[in-house]
Write a protein that binds this ligand. Structure first.
Ligand code: 6GU
Length: 225
């Protein structure tokens, strides 16, 4: 899978993709993440990427031309399954969206800043708009990093223990059960006895019961979706 990210702050995206699971996915050749500085596609002598909003509103708007030129260059090189714009007024990211994105060959993620991008980019080039939740961020870069992380970790082959990704919270619509490691008693605090029993049928049943009761208690909204 190839992910192209368009931003005016490429430095914000240097670190998140060079650690842990995403780093290993890149090393294994399972994903390629390419960051593009939108400013490199500006054609005026000041390398402008934004301008005043029509209508007299305060704040700057990201201009069409550099974004258009960058997207058109990429589209001439390969087919893209989605051109995603990260924005607080997009569809809220859920596991199901990440699962679908993980099946794609190539995607573009456009990060907005200031008051956002010229709406004509959204109307004519963007195919999917995603928000990561109901709060405002300074720009789309951290949201893009969240989306990429949630997608890359479920690309087949990325997590070597295939079952591990499938037992994540949300993957079955429920929160994950509690987990423990050695020692079996710490400070007098005991690990639930069933987990030490070696009875895998009983252990599975306990984990399923825990997942359901914790979801009912902590996120009852998930059970109605
Ligand atoms: Cl995708 N972008 C910005 N700027 N703020 C957000 C967001 C995205 N999702 C939630 N808040």
């Amino acid at each position: 899978m190839r992910i192209d990210i368009l931003t005016i702050h490429p430095e914000l995206l240097e670190s998140p993709f060079n650690h842990s699971i995403i780093k290993r996915a890149k090393q294994k050749g399972l994903v390629e993440i390419v960051i593009h500085n939108i400013r490199d596609y500006s054609t005026d002598k000041h390398k402008s990427v934004d301008d005043y909003a029509f209508g007299g509103d305060a704040g700057m708007v990201m201009m069409c031309d550099p974004i258009f030129r960058c997207i058109e260059k990429l589209k001439a090189e390969r087919h893209y399954d989605e051109v995603i714009y990260v924005t607080p007024d997009g569809k809220t990211l859920k596991q199901g969206i990440s699962n679908r994105l993980a099946t794609f060959e190539n995607i573009i993620i456009l990060c907005g800043h200031y008051k956002g991008v010229d709406h004509r980019i959204r109307e004519h080039l963007v195919t999917l708009e995603i928000s990561i939740g109901d709060y405002v961020l300074s720009g789309g870069e951290l949201a893009a990093a969240v989306i990429v992380d949630s997608v890359v970790r479920i690309v087949p082959g990325v997590i070597s223990d295939e079952t591990s990704a499938l037992t994540d919270s949300f993957q079955d619509g429920l929160l994950a059960p509690p987990v423990y490691t050695r020692p079996a008693v710490y400070n007098g605090w005991e690990v639930p006895a069933v987990l030490l029993s070696g009875n895998f049928k009983e252990i599975s049943k306990w984990q399923e019961d825990q997942a359901l009761s914790r979801t009912k208690l902590l996120r009852p909204d998930l059970l109605n979706d």
